[in-house]
Design a protein around this ligand. Structure first.
Ligand code: 13P
Length: 252
């Protein structure tokens, strides 16, 4: 049975003190009421060590939002997968459309990052998804498949077990415009079919595929109710504990 996950992506929000306060609030909330899914929070690099330590004995796992495509050395300002791992973080989000668009992360660069993340014992939440124009041209399946082929379908079956896919239609990110549960289910089922073609039916069935894009407590139950939607990757609504908890509760 594949894992159900609700993951937060804080993006470039929260000072260290604010992040610690939010992680503490979440920890206390979920200690009082055990979640029915795996819960992950993706924080900026500088929060990772403190938040990982804080959440050590909790049900919440910690993720980075990026890592370098180089192992180590003279790459000023970069943070390696080994450094992320050494903080206690278990996951790294890679392939987010904001990284692809604003930081020119190509499929080749992302492939290097994925390989290094896995080699250093991190699990990867790999994001894919089409622009509004691509959706208008009905290219969403081709775009998603190409993004998978470009950066993760070279992995071995053993490595694949450490991959979580996040389908995030770019037109739904931070826009308040959510994909309908039917639209999301259709492409999630397609993504699972693509995984099956490469790794077989069982591996595809075991793969967690998250939906991301203006997901909130009000629409999460309908989205998560679909057979191929295994949870969410949450931006805005992960920045306040009650909002995030509301989404986690969709698995109740
Ligand atoms: P929002 O939930 O703010 O739309 O962001 C989604 C996202 O990009 C998560 O990675």
């Amino acid at each position: 049975m594949r894992k159900k996950i609700v993951a937060g992506n804080w993006k470039m929000n929260k000072t260290l003190q604010e992040g610690v306060a939010l992680a503490t609030e979440l920890k206390n909330t979920l200690a009082a009421e055990k979640p029915n899914c795996e819960v992950i929070i993706g924080t900026p690099f500088i929060h990772l060590a403190t938040v990982s330590e804080l959440l050590k004995d909790s049900v919440i796992a910690v993720s980075a939002e990026n890592c370098a495509n180089k192992e180590s050395g003279a790459y000023t300002g970069e943070v390696s997968a080994a450094m992320v791992k050494s903080t206690g973080a278990e996951y790294v989000i890679l392939g987010h459309s904001e990284r692809r668009e604003y930081y020119n992360e190509t499929p080749e660069i992302l492939k290097e990052k994925v390989d290094l993340a896995l080699a250093n014992g991190l699990k990867v939440i790999f994001c894919i998804g089409e622009t509004e124009q691509e959706r208008d041209n009905n290219q969403q399946e081709a775009v998603c498949k190409a993004e998978l082929q470009g950066s993760v379908f070279h992995l071995t079956a053993e490595q694949w077990k450490n991959i979580v896919i996040a389908y995030e239609p770019i037109w739904a990110i931070g826009t308040g415009k959510t994909a309908t549960a039917e639209q999301a289910e259709e492409i999630h089922a397609y993504i699972r079919k693509c995984v099956a073609e490469v790794y077989g039916a069982q591996a595809a069935d075991d793969t967690t595929i998250l939906y991301g894009g203006s997901c909130k407590a009000s629409n999460a139950p309908e989205l998560f109710g679909k057979p191929d939607i295994d949870g969410g990757l949450i931006g805005g609504a992960s920045l306040k504990a009650p909002d995030f908890k509301g989404i986690i509760d969709a698995w109740k």
